[in-house]
Ligand binder design. Structure first.
Ligand code: C5P
Length: 223
């Protein structure tokens, strides 16, 4: 095994989508495979960090060397993340649903022939990254992701401020990029120091590099 610059440090990573129930059999969700978030959790662990991965519903396996907590809804994800504090590093990669169904039904909503579809009243979900970025026990390093289809840098910069993050990893998820669900990613790192554009890489390579970037920022000893 190689150098472990993150030995002795704790990290929390979110990954995957959240599922917001409409009723016991239906939900609303964002698209997310969990590949990038899971790879980041594994990469931080390989550098020696004590990692808790809070994952929404995904079909990929739990990464090795990581404590994985499985959740479904955004509120559960928020609670699971907060319960890991204090930590040194937070990397919020999950594609959290912006809205949940305000009053999800306890029983399956029956389709009634001839009747209009039921209305869906939505409520805003907690913003987990923003909560962590402004938390009294804020981690030393708070990293967010920004999946954008346009104005990637401007939106990333705005997000950095609004969410109280130290770094936004922005990626272009326009359909023609194939990033969604794919194995590759092309990202730009937006921090208070400026913008760093990385080449087209696999999601594992992005994870490795990001873990190294984090180790450098946090002043790893290389122990
Ligand atoms: O605002 P937007 O959803 O584009 O921001 C993306 C970043 O914020 C990601 O890091 C995502 O994990 C995080 N996020 C969150 N909770 C939400 C929405 C987004 O943690 N409710």
């Amino acid at each position: 095994s190689g150098p472990r610059p993150l030995a002795g440090l704790k990290a929390v990573v979110t990954s995957g989508p959240t599922h917001e129930p409409i009723d016991p059999v239906r939900y609303i969700a964002n698209r997310s495979s969990g590949k990038q978030g899971h790879a980041i959790a594994a990469a931080l662990a390989r550098l020696g960090a004590d990692v808790t991965l809070v994952s929404g519903p995904v079909i990929i396996p739990d990464p090795e060397g990581v404590r994985t907590v499985h959740v479904e809804r955004a509120e559960e994800m928020r609670d699971a993340v907060i319960s890991t504090l204090p930590v040194d590093i937070a990397v919020m990669v999950a594609a959290v649903a912006d809205w949940r169904v305000a009053a999800s039904a306890e029983r399956k909503i029956k389709k009634q022939p001839g009747e209009a579809p039921p209305p869906l009243q939505l409520a805003e979900n907690p913003d987990i990254l923003k909560t962590i970025g402004h938390h009294p026990e804020r981690p030393r390093l708070v990293v967010g992701f920004a999946a954008e289809t346009e104005n990637v840098e401007d939106n990333g910069r705005a997000k950095l401020e609004r969410k109280g993050a130290d770094l936004i990893v922005a990626n272009d998820v326009s359909p023609e990029t194939g990033v969604m669900g794919g194995d590759r990613n092309r990202v730009r790192l937006i921090s208070h120091d400026g913008v760093e554009a990385w080449p087209d890489l696999t999601k594992s390579e992005v994870a490795e590099r990001l873990a190294m970037w984090i180790a450098t920022q946090i002043g790893g000893t290389g122990a």
